[in-house]
Design a protein around this ligand. Sequence first.
Ligand SMILES: Cc1cc2nc3c(=O)[nH]c(=O)nc-3n(C[C@H](O)[C@H](O)[C@H](O)COP(=O)(O)OP(=O)(O)OC[C@H]3O[C@@H](n4cnc5c(N)ncnc54)[C@H](O)[C@@H]3O)c2cc1C
Length: 189
Amino acid sequence: MRLARAYDSADPAEAAFRRVMTAAGKFWVCKRAMTHIAEALECLGGAGYVEESPMPRLYREAPVNSVWEGSGNVVCLDVLRARGKDEQAFGPVLAEIGLARGQDRRLDAYVDTLERELRPSTPADVEVSARRLVEKLVLALQAALLVRVSPTAVADAFISSRIAGDWGHVLGTLPPNTEFPAIIDRARG
Ligand SMILES: Cc1cc2nc3c(=O)[nH]c(=O)nc-3n(C[C@H](O)[C@H](O)[C@H](O)COP(=O)(O)OP(=O)(O)OC[C@H]3O[C@@H](n4cnc5c(N)ncnc54)[C@H](O)[C@@H]3O)c2cc1C
Protein backbone atom coordinates (compact mmCIF):
# COMPACT_ATOMS: atom_id res chain seq x y z
CA MET A 1 0.00 0.00 0.00
CA ARG A 2 2.91 2.33 0.72
CA LEU A 3 4.38 1.64 -2.70
CA ALA A 4 0.99 2.16 -4.36
CA ARG A 5 0.76 5.55 -2.67
CA ALA A 6 4.09 6.53 -4.24
CA TYR A 7 2.46 6.12 -7.66
CA ASP A 8 -0.12 8.78 -6.80
CA SER A 9 2.51 11.47 -6.20
CA ALA A 10 4.44 13.86 -8.44
CA ASP A 11 7.07 14.40 -5.72
CA PRO A 12 10.57 13.45 -7.04
CA ALA A 13 11.31 11.69 -3.74
CA GLU A 14 8.26 9.47 -4.28
CA ALA A 15 9.44 8.80 -7.84
CA ALA A 16 12.80 7.67 -6.44
CA PHE A 17 11.00 5.56 -3.83
CA ARG A 18 8.99 3.73 -6.46
CA ARG A 19 12.01 3.36 -8.77
CA VAL A 20 13.71 1.24 -6.09
CA MET A 21 10.79 -0.40 -4.33
CA THR A 22 8.84 -1.55 -7.39
CA ALA A 23 11.69 -3.85 -8.41
CA ALA A 24 12.55 -4.80 -4.81
CA GLY A 25 8.91 -5.53 -4.02
CA LYS A 26 8.51 -7.58 -7.19
CA PHE A 27 11.46 -9.77 -6.20
CA TRP A 28 10.21 -10.24 -2.66
CA VAL A 29 6.52 -10.86 -3.33
CA CYS A 30 7.36 -13.45 -6.00
CA LYS A 31 9.75 -15.27 -3.66
CA ARG A 32 7.34 -15.19 -0.72
CA ALA A 33 4.44 -16.36 -2.87
CA MET A 34 6.02 -19.78 -3.41
CA THR A 35 6.52 -20.40 0.30
CA HIS A 36 3.11 -19.01 1.16
CA ILE A 37 1.24 -21.07 -1.42
CA ALA A 38 3.08 -24.29 -0.50
CA GLU A 39 2.11 -23.76 3.13
CA ALA A 40 -1.49 -22.90 2.23
CA LEU A 41 -1.71 -26.13 0.22
CA GLU A 42 -0.39 -28.10 3.20
CA CYS A 43 -2.96 -26.47 5.51
CA LEU A 44 -5.70 -27.95 3.32
CA GLY A 45 -4.12 -31.42 3.41
CA GLY A 46 -5.00 -33.78 0.57
CA ALA A 47 -7.85 -31.46 -0.45
CA GLY A 48 -5.21 -28.87 -1.33
CA TYR A 49 -3.35 -31.34 -3.54
CA VAL A 50 -6.12 -32.77 -5.70
CA GLU A 51 -6.93 -31.02 -8.96
CA GLU A 52 -10.54 -30.28 -7.93
CA SER A 53 -9.31 -27.31 -5.88
CA PRO A 54 -7.55 -24.19 -7.23
CA MET A 55 -4.49 -24.84 -5.05
CA PRO A 56 -2.53 -27.13 -7.43
CA ARG A 57 -2.71 -24.51 -10.15
CA LEU A 58 -1.46 -21.78 -7.79
CA TYR A 59 1.33 -24.07 -6.59
CA ARG A 60 2.35 -24.97 -10.12
CA GLU A 61 2.19 -21.43 -11.46
CA ALA A 62 3.77 -19.52 -8.58
CA PRO A 63 7.41 -19.98 -9.67
CA VAL A 64 6.83 -18.32 -13.04
CA ASN A 65 6.35 -15.01 -11.28
CA SER A 66 10.08 -15.06 -10.54
CA VAL A 67 10.82 -15.55 -14.25
CA TRP A 68 8.59 -13.27 -16.30
CA GLU A 69 8.31 -9.49 -16.07
CA GLY A 70 11.76 -9.42 -14.47
CA SER A 71 13.45 -12.56 -13.16
CA GLY A 72 14.75 -12.69 -9.57
CA ASN A 73 18.40 -11.90 -10.17
CA VAL A 74 17.66 -9.37 -12.85
CA VAL A 75 15.28 -7.29 -10.70
CA CYS A 76 17.78 -7.34 -7.83
CA LEU A 77 20.51 -6.09 -10.12
CA ASP A 78 18.06 -3.47 -11.35
CA VAL A 79 17.53 -2.21 -7.80
CA LEU A 80 21.27 -1.77 -7.36
CA ARG A 81 21.62 -0.28 -10.82
CA ALA A 82 19.50 2.64 -9.58
CA ARG A 83 22.35 3.46 -7.22
CA GLY A 84 24.87 3.27 -10.06
CA LYS A 85 23.05 6.13 -11.77
CA ASP A 86 22.41 8.17 -8.62
CA GLU A 87 24.33 7.69 -5.37
CA GLN A 88 21.33 9.01 -3.45
CA ALA A 89 18.89 6.60 -5.10
CA PHE A 90 18.16 4.83 -1.82
CA GLY A 91 17.74 8.10 0.09
CA PRO A 92 13.92 8.27 -0.01
CA VAL A 93 13.55 4.60 0.97
CA LEU A 94 16.02 4.98 3.83
CA ALA A 95 14.23 8.16 4.89
CA GLU A 96 10.95 6.23 5.06
CA ILE A 97 12.63 3.48 7.07
CA GLY A 98 14.17 6.17 9.28
CA LEU A 99 10.72 7.37 10.36
CA ALA A 100 10.63 4.33 12.67
CA ARG A 101 14.05 5.01 14.20
CA GLY A 102 14.12 4.90 17.99
CA GLN A 103 11.07 2.67 18.32
CA ASP A 104 12.84 -0.70 18.37
CA ARG A 105 16.53 -1.24 19.08
CA ARG A 106 16.67 -4.45 17.05
CA LEU A 107 15.35 -2.64 13.99
CA ASP A 108 17.70 0.31 14.52
CA ALA A 109 20.72 -2.03 14.61
CA TYR A 110 19.50 -3.85 11.49
CA VAL A 111 19.10 -0.57 9.61
CA ASP A 112 22.58 0.58 10.67
CA THR A 113 24.01 -2.59 9.11
CA LEU A 114 21.88 -2.20 6.01
CA GLU A 115 23.03 1.39 5.48
CA ARG A 116 26.66 0.28 5.72
CA GLU A 117 26.13 -2.58 3.28
CA LEU A 118 24.30 -0.36 0.81
CA ARG A 119 27.33 1.86 0.29
CA PRO A 120 28.68 1.44 -3.25
CA SER A 121 31.23 -1.34 -3.68
CA THR A 122 32.94 -3.01 -6.62
CA PRO A 123 30.81 -4.34 -9.51
CA ALA A 124 31.70 -7.93 -8.52
CA ASP A 125 30.47 -7.30 -4.97
CA VAL A 126 27.27 -5.82 -6.31
CA GLU A 127 26.43 -9.01 -8.21
CA VAL A 128 27.22 -11.27 -5.28
CA SER A 129 25.29 -9.19 -2.77
CA ALA A 130 22.29 -8.15 -4.91
CA ARG A 131 19.77 -10.60 -3.44
CA ARG A 132 21.08 -10.12 0.09
CA LEU A 133 20.79 -6.33 -0.06
CA VAL A 134 17.36 -6.32 -1.67
CA GLU A 135 16.03 -8.80 0.89
CA LYS A 136 17.39 -6.69 3.73
CA LEU A 137 16.00 -3.50 2.23
CA VAL A 138 12.52 -5.00 1.89
CA LEU A 139 12.54 -6.47 5.40
CA ALA A 140 13.70 -3.17 6.90
CA LEU A 141 10.94 -1.25 5.13
CA GLN A 142 8.30 -3.81 6.10
CA ALA A 143 9.42 -3.72 9.72
CA ALA A 144 9.55 0.07 9.80
CA LEU A 145 6.04 0.35 8.38
CA LEU A 146 4.70 -2.25 10.80
CA VAL A 147 6.24 -0.44 13.77
CA ARG A 148 4.44 2.72 12.70
CA VAL A 149 1.06 1.42 11.59
CA SER A 150 0.34 -2.04 13.01
CA PRO A 151 -0.55 -3.33 16.48
CA THR A 152 2.48 -4.06 18.69
CA ALA A 153 1.88 -7.83 18.55
CA VAL A 154 2.28 -7.85 14.76
CA ALA A 155 5.32 -5.58 14.61
CA ASP A 156 7.00 -7.42 17.47
CA ALA A 157 6.50 -10.87 15.91
CA PHE A 158 7.84 -9.60 12.59
CA ILE A 159 10.90 -7.97 14.14
CA SER A 160 11.64 -10.92 16.46
CA SER A 161 11.62 -13.33 13.53
CA ARG A 162 12.59 -11.50 10.34
CA ILE A 163 14.90 -8.88 11.83
CA ALA A 164 16.26 -10.49 15.01
CA GLY A 165 16.31 -14.03 13.59
CA ASP A 166 14.26 -15.71 16.34
CA TRP A 167 12.67 -18.33 14.10
CA GLY A 168 13.63 -21.39 12.08
CA HIS A 169 13.89 -22.06 8.37
CA VAL A 170 10.25 -22.99 7.82
CA LEU A 171 6.94 -21.32 8.62
CA GLY A 172 5.41 -22.17 12.00
CA THR A 173 8.59 -21.54 13.98
CA LEU A 174 7.82 -18.23 15.67
CA PRO A 175 8.78 -18.05 19.35
CA PRO A 176 6.12 -19.50 21.72
CA ASN A 177 5.53 -16.15 23.45
CA THR A 178 4.26 -14.64 20.17
CA GLU A 179 0.80 -13.10 20.58
CA PHE A 180 -0.85 -15.45 18.08
CA PRO A 181 -4.53 -14.66 18.92
CA ALA A 182 -3.99 -10.92 18.37
CA ILE A 183 -2.17 -11.52 15.07
CA ILE A 184 -4.79 -13.97 13.80
CA ASP A 185 -7.68 -11.70 14.84
CA ARG A 186 -6.12 -8.82 12.91
CA ALA A 187 -5.63 -11.00 9.81
CA ARG A 188 -9.30 -12.04 9.97
CA GLY A 189 -10.21 -8.34 9.96
C1 LIG B 1 4.77 -18.30 -19.18
C2 LIG B 1 5.61 -17.21 -19.80
C3 LIG B 1 4.99 -16.20 -20.52
C4 LIG B 1 5.76 -15.18 -21.09
N1 LIG B 1 5.11 -14.20 -21.79
C5 LIG B 1 5.84 -13.25 -22.40
C6 LIG B 1 5.19 -12.22 -23.19
O1 LIG B 1 3.97 -12.17 -23.27
N2 LIG B 1 5.97 -11.30 -23.79
C7 LIG B 1 7.34 -11.33 -23.70
O2 LIG B 1 8.00 -10.48 -24.29
N3 LIG B 1 7.95 -12.28 -22.96
C8 LIG B 1 7.25 -13.24 -22.33
N4 LIG B 1 7.89 -14.22 -21.60
C9 LIG B 1 9.36 -14.23 -21.56
C10 LIG B 1 9.91 -13.73 -20.26
O3 LIG B 1 9.91 -12.34 -20.19
C11 LIG B 1 11.34 -14.31 -20.13
O4 LIG B 1 11.18 -15.70 -19.86
C12 LIG B 1 12.11 -13.63 -19.01
O5 LIG B 1 12.48 -12.32 -19.39
C13 LIG B 1 13.40 -14.39 -18.67
O6 LIG B 1 14.17 -14.56 -19.82
P1 LIG B 1 14.67 -16.02 -20.23
O7 LIG B 1 13.52 -16.98 -20.18
O8 LIG B 1 15.40 -15.86 -21.52
O9 LIG B 1 15.67 -16.44 -19.10
P2 LIG B 1 17.18 -15.96 -18.95
O10 LIG B 1 17.31 -14.50 -19.24
O11 LIG B 1 18.05 -16.92 -19.67
O12 LIG B 1 17.36 -16.15 -17.39
C14 LIG B 1 17.52 -17.43 -16.79
C15 LIG B 1 17.99 -17.22 -15.36
O13 LIG B 1 19.22 -16.52 -15.35
C16 LIG B 1 19.14 -15.38 -14.50
N5 LIG B 1 19.90 -14.28 -15.09
C17 LIG B 1 19.74 -13.70 -16.29
N6 LIG B 1 20.62 -12.70 -16.47
C18 LIG B 1 21.37 -12.64 -15.34
C19 LIG B 1 22.44 -11.81 -14.91
N7 LIG B 1 22.94 -10.84 -15.67
N8 LIG B 1 22.95 -12.04 -13.67
C20 LIG B 1 22.46 -13.01 -12.89
N9 LIG B 1 21.46 -13.83 -13.24
C21 LIG B 1 20.91 -13.65 -14.45
C22 LIG B 1 17.66 -15.01 -14.43
O14 LIG B 1 17.36 -14.37 -13.20
C23 LIG B 1 16.99 -16.38 -14.55
O15 LIG B 1 16.84 -16.94 -13.29
C24 LIG B 1 7.15 -15.20 -20.98
C25 LIG B 1 7.77 -16.21 -20.22
C26 LIG B 1 7.02 -17.21 -19.63
C27 LIG B 1 7.70 -18.28 -18.84
